[in-house]
Design a protein around this ligand. Structure first.
Ligand code: 13P
Length: 336
């Protein structure tokens, strides 16, 4: 796989006014989302729900790619078209979550390290054959008393770099996601510092592992006050702090940065992205790779009648895609 092909995929992922929909919840995570709205967690319900999302009419007007879970990449539409083929035929690049989740980091109470490197080369080879052209690996950085430690940050950065190098070897664009978690009583400055140290460690590791940044996408968390801090930060403050943090840590050769929503409201996730783009020009396209902020309205609606509400739920998916696509251009207008 040439760097040109990886770079082409990476640029397509962050094409102007387009972003990613993250629908890669593991079976355990989708169980929680379904339980929240009273939907039974069966394989058929998971398939039907992912079909609803992926077959939203005109989705590719604002969505460049979708991140799937292993099970979904092996599933098909009710008419028997494999999801990866349906996506490719409809202008959506198939992506795949390849990490195996965050586990307790021994020796570092309260901290996590993401697992999944063993056997990854063979899994990536298969995912490429199944149609995936980019991958995702999420590292989790918690903020609390005396954490995160340098040990946790560096262990996660090392795993992200090994994953990214394997992806590029196998022809997939690595999306590297070091998520600094919003939960906690910390202030916005603490989030800034932790995000800065995390990104410095990540880009140092990517360099050490010969990862080609031209064929890599960063999935970043925004710089926010902790959810239980009692602090309120304005849209301008969050956008300015996030931009400054990224500009001081992320090389300009990276083709693009996409954000996770991380538990923000739909509107906050859109407003923050929009403001960062209004504050541009920036060194890279800034777009979205939202999970909850793309899906939560649709899931709620669908759960009320999973047979009858498909079209109505798809309408909300389209509206969230359109709003976030406009925010990726700094052209979103808040509904009156
Ligand atoms: P959220 O936007 O719900 O945070 O999910 C994005 C994601 O893929 C996290 O890994």
């Amino acid at each position: 796989m040439s760097i040109e092909q990886l770079a082409e995929t990476a640029l397509a992922m962050v094409a102007p006014g387009k972003g990613i929909i993250a629908i890669d919840e593991s079976t355990g995570t989708i169980a929680k989302r379904f339980a929240g709205v009273g939907v039974e967690n069966t394989e058929e319900n998971r398939r039907a729900y992912r079909e609803l999302l992926l077959t939203t009419p005109k989705l590719s007007d604002y969505i460049s790619g979708a991140i799937l879970f292993d099970e979904t990449l092996r599933q098909s539409t009710k008419d028997g078209v494999p999801f990866a083929k349906y996506m490719a035929d409809n202008g959506i690049i198939p992506g795949i979550k390849v990490d195996k989740g965050a586990q307790a980091l021994a020796g570092c109470p309260g901290e996590l390290v993401t697992e999944g490197l063993d056997g990854l080369r063979a899994r990536l080879e298969e995912y490429y054959k199944l149609g995936a052209r980019f991958a995702k690996w999420r590292a989790v950085i918690n903020i609390g008393e005396d954490i995160p430690s340098g040990t946790c940050i560096d262990a996660n950065a090392h795993a992200l770099a090994r994953y990214a190098a394997l992806c590029q070897e196998q022809g997939l664009v690595p999306m590297v996601e070091p998520e600094v978690i919003m939960d906690g009583s910390h202030d916005i400055d603490t989030c800034y510092e932790v995000t800065e140290v995390t990104l410095r460690s990540l880009f140092a590791s990517l360099y050490e592992h010969n990862v080609m940044l031209e064929g890599t996408i960063l999935k970043a968390s925004m710089v926010l006050p902790g959810t239980t801090s009692g602090d309120d930060a304005s849209v301008e403050e969050v956008a300015a702090a996030t931009l400054q943090c990224l500009k001081s840590t992320v090389p300009a050769t990276l083709p693009g940065i996409v954000f996770l929503s991380g538990g923000q409201s739909d509107e906050a996730a859109t407003a923050h992205l929009d403001m960062m783009n209004r504050m541009g020009p920036n060194p890279w396209p800034l777009s979205f790779s939202y999970g909850r902020a793309m899906q939560q309205a649709a899931l709620k609606l669908w759960s009320q009648d999973i047979a009858a509400n498909v079209a109505a739920a798809q309408k909300t998916v389209f509206e969230r895609a359109r709003d976030n696509g406009l925010a990726a251009l700094g052209e979103w207008v808040k509904a009156a």
